[in-house]
Every structure is written in C-alpha cells, then in structure tokens.
Design a protein around this ligand. Structure first.
Ligand code: GDP
Length: 717
C-alpha cells in the first residue's frame, strides 16, 4: 500500500487530512497512532506502549504514566487507489486534567477518529471528547479497538455509542472472529472480507464474504444503505426501488454524511495486533474532510446569530471589527492560528500553527494580529514525533512549527500585515489549584525560575509565580495531576528536585453590592507634599467578566494625565483583595469625581491613592470569597452509588445527574475543590476500589459565610 513518499508530491490540498485520534485514556490512542506511523512508512519498528517505545509518547513521564499529555503534530503519507494523501496527525491527550490540550487540538483539526475500547464501549472521557468535538464541528469516525481482548464485543460497544453519543453511528466494517480469534474485517461498502494472515498486518487477503457470515453482513449492509439513503436522494430512490447500490455510490453518500456530521461510520480493529489499521487509513482518505470540507461557524457581532462557512474561514478585521473571511487556498493573503507553544532543548521556542490561507516563507516577517506585533519567521519545521524536517514554505492546509517567535501566545492569529484578520482564539480556564514548591538544593533556585518560565510558556493553563511576601514559588494549574506532572518534568527534564507544599485552592475575591467611596491622600509635612483625591463607584459584574475601568470624570476635577495612573493603581490593587489577599475578579471601578493640587499631585500620588482607595472601596461593597467548583464524574457499580453520593454530600457536593453506563452508574456532581483533596483515595476506599472518579474545573461560586470565615482565619496563619 504505502511507502515513504516525498511529501511535496501532495500539492492538491483536497488530498490533505488534518486529523486527530481522540479517546478515553487507555482505549488505545497511542498504540493506534503509533501503528498509523508504522503503516504509513515513517517508522520501521513497532514499539508498544507498555514497552515504552511508542513514537508519539516521546516524553519520559508520559511513557511511564501511559498517557499522552502534549499534542505533537506529525506528518505522514498514505496511498489509496494510486492517489497519495497527506496526513497531519494532531495528537490529543485523553486525560480529563488536560481539557485545554484537547480543545486547542480540536480547534485546528478537520476530522477525527474516536477510538473506543472494544470491551468498555463508551467511557466518560470518550463522551466528553465526543461532545467537545461536536462543539468545534469536527466530523468523526469511530474505531472500536482491542477486539482481540478477552471480553471484547463489537456490537455491544456499537450499542453504547448509539446509546450515549449519537443515533447516527453506523458500522462500515464488522469483525471476523473475536478475542483471540479476531482475524479480519467485513468491509460493508465493498462487501468483501479482508482476512489478516498474520499479526504484523503484512498480508491481507481480500476475498468473498464466507457463506456463514453473509446473512449478518447483509443485515448490516442494509442498515448502512438506510443511513446513506437518509443523506442522499439518489441512494434513497434506488433503495426504495429495490435496485442494487454500488460501492462507489455508497461511498459518496457516506462521505457526504460524514462531512455534514449526519453519519458517523464505525470501524472494527485491534491496533495492537495490527488489524483494521490499514482499513481505517483508507477510510480516513475516503470519508474524513479535506481542509476544504470543514465547516466553521462565527457569531455575527450585531445579530448574535451563528453563521456557517465552508471552504473559507471567518475572522474579524482588527481595524473595523467587521467579519471578514479568507478562502482556504494559497492565493489568498496569509492567515494562520498558533495552537501550541513548546520549548525544544535543541532549537528553542517552537510555535505550532495551522495555515488557513495563503503561504508563509521562512526568513520573512509575519504580523500577530491578536497582539499587534511583528514576528520573524526564523525557520519552519515539519514535525515528526521525534524528528523534524526543515521546509522553506508552508501553505493553506499545512500544520508546522515556527522557530524564533518571541511574543506570540497560544491562540494568536498570525497573518499578512497588509491584510490583517483575527481568527477566533482559544479560551483557557484559569488555574484552580496551587502548590508552593521549593528546590531541595538551594542553588537550584535560579534554574528553577528558568525551567518554570519555559513550562509556563508551553502551557497556557499552567502558571508560576513568586509570592512577593513569603518569597515562596507557587505553581498553579488545573488539578493535582496536572501539577504532579509539572513537578515530574522539573525532575526529569531539568534535573531539579523540589519539595511540594500542600495543595491550596485558588480563591478569588469579589463584591456583592455596589457602593461608593472617596479616598484622600494628603501629606504636607515639610518639603514636597502628596495630594490625590478620588471618588470611586464600584459595581459587581457577572462571573467571568473580570475587571473593568470606567472613567466618568467631568470638568477636569482630575486632570486627564492622571487617569491612566489611577487605572494602573487599581490593577495593582486587585492582585490582592482586602479579605485574604486573593485576586479580585468581576468588579467594575468607575471614577466619578476627585480633586488635585497644582504642586503636590502627580501620577504617583494618584496611583497610590487608587491602590488604597480601591481596597477601601471594596470593603464598603460586601466583599466575598469565590471558590472553584469542580465537575466530578464518578463511575461506580450500582451498589456503591449510595456511598458515593453520601460522600459527595458530606463534601458540599450536589449530584446533577445519574446515568447508566453499561453495567455501571455514572454520577455527575458539582463540589467545591477545597473539599476534594484526596477524594480519589477516599472514594476508592469507600467502594472497594471500584469507583473511577475524575474532576475538572467548572466555575467559581461564592463561599458560604461560615466557611469563608474559616478559610480567612487559615489563610492568615
Ligand atoms: P491510550 O491511553 O489511549 O493512548 O492507550 P494506549 O495506546 O497507551 O493503550 C493502553 C493499553 O492498551 C496498552 O497496554 C496497550 O498495549 C493496550 N492496547 C492498545 N490497543 C490494543 C489492542 O488493540 N488490543 C489489546 N489487547 N490491547 C491494546
């Protein structure tokens, strides 16, 4: 089928497939990706995850944990019926603590293969990722993996997809044999049997479907035709007329159905045993979108209605605020989106980006329309998991990495300076958990700061700061596991061992009432005096609105040149609120009046006055603490549901939903993070080790008064 191919041979972007392999942890995403690389000829030896040699998991601790944390973009080639296709595979993590990684990958994908464990069927994470992919309008195919495993059941897994994810999934292949006897597929489109002669996937015989399997195969082919008839009138007519439908007609109808997310083809396979992977690659070529087939949606800024675009990407003109579009071809002005930053020990800063329109050459300059700065495109690299090739030019549809960017962040648009466009960015949740860390060896202090700066630049959901009062280094992230992994990276990649403090909740402060306050700074002792006078009106904002500054000074009661200093003073003040020194959010500060002194006023006096004035103003507005609330998902056998819900309610949790997941129950609840430290082991103890809990940040909510007092007493210690 495929050999090693010169990538420049694939010039027509209709033969590009920018895809992701997404799955629940352990469903076999890494193994599947690794097999894809093997069969597409870029890799010569299959390495298995449990042997720690899989190509995509190139970071040590990922290998040990068996989970893929960071996205790596990999280019590979595949040939189908004499046509070479170019795959850019964006690796996506399956673990719940890395939602941001999944989201940013989904943002730049055109299509995805969702891998399921053939024994487990739909698992919590697969449904989560499924619905995330839906949000980004990513067409999907399902791949039911591990059919060689004891207890695997293709049909049951298919049922669970139907039950939990969509009623539009339909098999395009069936397994022949199961568990240790799994040895081939029935291709329902071609209506042929593909018999694997070995476990290496080298010899596959394409033969007539064995007699004893024909009846079942016919039943399922009819279901496939019915699904195709739903999206294709010609197929529907022939079907109703009782006419034969050819493989190519069926294929065309399925493709149309997949592109419009009206059909989700389901395939059978066992990546570990090299079965079904080649067929899956063929099907990626047949059914998943090229860059031209992807739908984009953008809300109209005026009507707030969502408009859908195809073969063009919508964005905003930074000069006029109007919606503009770019055709997805290389004759348009250049526009691309940076979806990941990484620091490579050999080449330095890497910015992974997707080109949506136009071309970009190395050695040129590019405009960052999100930040308004210019960046030099040093080198452009096409990435393989652990080797890279330098290219002179990339064009619409490509995914590559730029070396040499200085100020570009994840989610920024890069484009032609003369034709600027801002594409939709990528939103990241704020960190909710904090650890204090300190190097075990004092002399590592500086090394630690440098390493943390790198980690922060690579991961927008990870923060590191030095507490100005205690001098402690604080790291903050999306969950305990997220931070554990960073600590691990420090040790392995940078050789820095750290002591880790107790996890702390990232509280916030806000106000619950509007109020007014006037702050006067007046010192006239001896020489130069100080004078500033500011009248504030504070107003609570909706959650997530952050800080807003409004200048309503009339008649020059405070001169213009002091206004920015007031804003600055407040911005310094909101980093530590008046209750417990936590950052202040969702407050509008309006400056309504004030006075100044010809000699004793300056920008510094107004800045200082604003700093203290804001804190005092907050005290008059019923300040409260906000705490992160987590969505907790627990999968547990029926008999333990009571123990789990009891535990949750003792933790101020609220059960939101209770679902049947195969033989187990899934409890979906919300609970404050502050109550959830150690919840994994608690729940394991309560359920004899059967519960599988997960959590992720949901939103911030007010801390109840009695608990707030306790938190404030503790934080003052
Ligand atoms: P990921 O967490 O989704 O990336 O899953 P991995 O690819 O790391 O696989 C998890 C485990 O399942 C590993 O021990 C794999 O060897 C195993 N595995 C993956 N695919 C198959 C398969 O097709 N059959 C069997 N029996 N095991 C598999």
């Amino acid at each position: 089928m495929a050999g090693v191919i010169d990538y420049s041979k694939v010039k027509d972007t209709h033969f590009y497939r920018n895809i992701g392999i997404i799955a629940h942890v352990d469903a076999g995403k890494t193994t599947t990706t690794e097999r894809i690389l093997f069969f597409t000829g870029r890799k010569h030896k299959t390495g298995e995850v449990h042997e720690g040699a899989a190509e995509m998991d190139f970071m040590d601790q990922e290998r040990e944990r068996g989970i893929t944390i960071q996205s790596a973009a990999t280019t590979a080639f595949w040939e189908l019926h004499g046509q070479t296709y170019r795959f850019n595979i964006i690796d996506t993590p399956g673990h719940v603590d890395f939602t941001a990684e999944v989201e940013r990958s989904l943002r730049v994908l055109d299509g995805a293969v969702v891998v399921f464990d053939g024994k487990m069927g739909v698992e919590p994470q697969s449904s989560k990722v499924w619905f995330q992919a839906e949000k980004y309008r990513v067409p999907r195919m399902c791949y039911i993996n591990k059919l060689d495993n004891i207890g695997a059941d293709f049909y049951k897994s298919y049922d669970s997809i139907n039950e939990h994810l969509t009623d539009k999934a339909v098999p395009i292949s069936l397994p022949i044999g199961i568990e240790s006897d799994f040895h081939g597929l029935i291709d329902l489109v071609q209506f042929k049997a593909l018999i694997h002669k070995d476990d290496e996937g080298k010899v596959i015989d394409v033969v007539d479907i064995p007699e004893e399997l024909k009846e079942n195969a016919t039943t399922w082919r009819n279901k496939l035709i019915e699904a195709a008839a739903d999206v294709d009138d010609a197929v529907a007519e022939k079907y109703l007329d009782g006419q034969e439908i050819s493989a190519s007609e069926l294929e065309a109808a399925i493709r149309a159905g997949v592109l419009s997310s009206k059909i989700f083809p389901v395939m059978a396979g066992s990546s570990l045993r090299n079965k079904g992977v080649q067929a899956m690659l063929d099907n990626v070529c047949r059914y998943l979108p090229s860059p031209h087939d992807k739908y984009f949606a953008k809300e109209d800024p005026e009507t707030h209605e969502e408009k859908v675009y195809k073969d063009q990407i919508p964005g905003t003109d930074p000069n006029t605020g109007e919606t503009i579009t770019r055709q997805l071809n290389d004759t348009e002005p250049f526009a691309g989106l940076v979806f990941k930053l990484a620091v490579d020990p050999h080449v330095g800063n890497l910015a992974f980006f997707r080109v949506y329109s136009g071309k970009l050459q190395s050695g040129t300059y590019v405009y960052n329309s999100t930040s308004g700065g210019k960046e030099r495109v040093g080198r452009i690299l096409m990435m393989h998991a652990n080797h890279r090739e330098e290219v002179k030019e990339v064009r619409a549809g490509d995914i590559a990495a730029i070396v040499g960017f200085k100020d570009t962040k994840t989610g920024n648009t890069i484009c032609d300076e003369n034709k600027p466009i801002v594409l939709e960015g990528i939103n990241f949740a704020e960190p909710v958990v904090r650890f204090a860390i300190e190097p075990k060896t004092k002399s590592d202090q500086e090394k630690l700061s440098e390493a943390l700066a790198k980690l922060v630049s690579e991961d927008p959901t990870f923060k590191a700061e030095t507490d100005s009062e205690t001098g402690q280094v604080i790291i903050a992230g999306m969950g305990e596991l997220h931070l554990d992994i960073k600590v691990d990276i420090l040790k392995r990649e940078y050789g820095i061992e750290v002591n880790v403090g107790k996890p702390q909740v990232a509280y916030r402060e806000t106000i619950t009432a509007s109020g007014e306050h006037r702050e006067l700074l007046k010192k006239q002792s001896g020489g130069a005096g100080q004078y500033a006078d500011i009248a504030f009106v504070l107003k609570p904002l909706e959650r997530g609105e952050g800080y807003k500054f409004v200048d309503s000074i009339k008649g020059g009661s405070i001169p213009r040149e002091y206004i920015p200093a007031i804003d600055k003073g407040i911005q310094e003040s909101i980093t530590a609120g008046p209750l417990g020194g936590y950052p202040v959010v969702d407050v509008q500060a309006e400056i309504v009046d004030g006075s100044y002194h010809e000699v004793d006023s300056n920008t510094d006096t107004f800045r200082t006055c604003a700093y203290y004035g804001f804190k005092n103003a907050m005290k008059a507005c019923n300040p409260v603490l906000l705490e992160p609330i987590m969505t907790v998902t627990i999968n547990a056998p029926e008999e333990y549901v009571g123990a789990c819900t009891g535990y949750l309610s003792s933790k101020r949790g609220i059960v939101k939903n209770l679902l049947q997941r195969g033989k187990t129950k899934e409890i979906i609840a919300e609970a404050p993070l502050s109550e959830l430290f150690g919840y994994v082991s608690d729940l394991r103890n309560l359920t004899s080790g059967t519960a599988a809990p997960n959590m992720e940040p949901s939103h911030y909510a007010e801390v109840p008064k009695n608990i707030m007092e306790k938190v404030l007493v503790d934080s003052a210690k």
